[in-house]
Design a protein. Structure first.
Length: 402
């Protein structure tokens, strides 16, 4: 019942990833990068991160498990290894996070061969950035309530409506979108499309300013956007089924998508400990306060619990319910990140009021920004409350809430 180890081929690939990343780690830019891809705002940031993703793709670290005929590596269970090594290597995150984590697996599972060959290679290389059009002003947690309409006109569809909280839409070439094609049935009246965003007639992208003062996400308005039927994913009326595939990957309940990079959980905890050892409380380092140490140790225990849960999920004999652990992922990660930032704010005390740009801000204002950003993560891809309902209904078998 031990966890599966790397096959010889996987072990060789893991070593290749480590060697390549050690030799090709990019130097830090002379400008500030946001804490995550969905906060990328400027063309300068986009160019730097897109170039890094393209380099990783050309080296074989992106799209590893996708078929070669659609630009992938043609391997099996290699992407998770690449993601692990990217996350351990202290390298930048991938810009095309929505494309890699949501659009690509959805297209792979529901797209035609022509769609896969057309869209996936440029998605992997970050030549095309992707965004997601699910939420609307009147349909957030109730995803099946979307009202953006797609009306058939011969071999075309005409789209009208309003999407919101659309991360990366200001850079995106394409959007995966859920539209209402019939009002007869709430779920069967939905159809899933790929729509052009960049410079498309009938599409308006408006940036939204977050509590952090940054943008990165937007609202997108459609006014008589005309698209051909070959941009439809799967059958008319099967949009809800396709959307569930997207959400499985978005919420971390399905493996083999996305990409690593960015700050690992271990690095976040190490930075938190370093902060506690630098900041003073009552003339002593905050680390000397037993309540602070206790708070940090509780966070470390939760992080280790998540790591061991991931190992357990790979051992069939230890999984009493196939979705118990996978469906916990997004909920546990988002709330742990929020609590890490909250403890950092407590450690900083009054210094936590110093924000980006203040030369006296500890860690250049990283922690207040992380704390504010953390609320977006506990809302996006289904709020923590929605995630708990899903666990209660699908895993524990509790009755559906009204």
């Amino acid at each position: 019942m031990s966890q599966k180890k790397d096959t010889p081929e996987q072990a060789e690939f893991r070593q290749y990833c480590r060697n390549w990343l050690a030799e090709n780690r990019p130097g830090p830019p002379n400008f500030r990068l946001p804490q995550g891809a969905i906060e990328v705002m400027t063309e300068q940031q986009r160019e730097y991160l897109a170039a890094w993703q393209k380099k990783c793709y050309e080296a074989g670290l992106i799209g590893c498990d996708y078929p070669k005929e659609c630009g992938g590596g043609g391997h099996t269970n290699f992407q998770a290894i690449a993601n692990q090594e990217l996350s351990h290597a202290d390298v930048p995150y991938m810009l095309n996070v929505i494309g890699l984590g949501m659009a690509a697996p959805t297209i792979l599972n529901h797209g035609t061969d022509e769609q896969k060959a057309r869209f996936l290679p440029r998605l992997f290389s970050c030549e095309d950035v992707w965004c997601q059009g699910f939420s609307e002003p009147g349909a957030g947690s109730d995803l099946a309530g979307v009202q953006t309409s797609a009306v058939r006109d011969g071999d075309n569809w005409i789209i009208n409506g309003h999407k919101v909280w659309t991360s990366l839409a200001h850079f995106a070439s394409w959007m995966i979108i859920l539209c209402r094609t019939s009002s007869d049935d709430k779920y069967k009246g939905l159809t899933y499309f790929i729509v052009p965003i960049k410079d498309a007639e009938g599409v308006t992208v408006r940036p939204l300013i977050k509590i952090t003062g940054e943008t990165g996400f937007n609202e997108v308005l459609f006014e008589d956007l005309v698209i051909p039927d070959n941009l439809r994913l799967d059958d008319v009326g099967k949009g809800w089924t396709v959307a569930m595939t997207t959400l499985l990957y978005e919420r971390g309940a399905a493996e083999g998508a996305g990409a690593g990079g960015g700050m690992s959980m271990d690095e976040r905890l190490s930075n938190l400990i370093a902060l506690a050892k630098r900041m003073k409380r009552g003339g002593k380092a905050a680390w000397e306060d037993p309540t602070i140490r206790d708070s940090i140790m509780k966070l470390a225990v939760r992080a280790e619990g998540m790591r061991q849960g991931g190992r357990r999920a790979k051992v069939e004999a230890l999984t009493d319910h196939p979705m118990r652990l996978p469906l916990q992922g997004k909920l546990l990660v988002s709330e742990l990140l929020q609590d890490i930032a909250a403890v950092a704010m407590e450690i900083e005390g009054a210094h936590a009021s110093l924000y980006l740009g203040d030369e006296k801000a500890p860690d250049e204002g990283h922690w207040p920004l992380a704390y504010l950003n953390s609320y977006g993560f506990t809302i996006a891809a289904g709020t923590s409350e929605v995630q708990k309902n899903i666990l209660g209904e699908r895993v524990l078998g509790l009755p559906k809430s009204k």
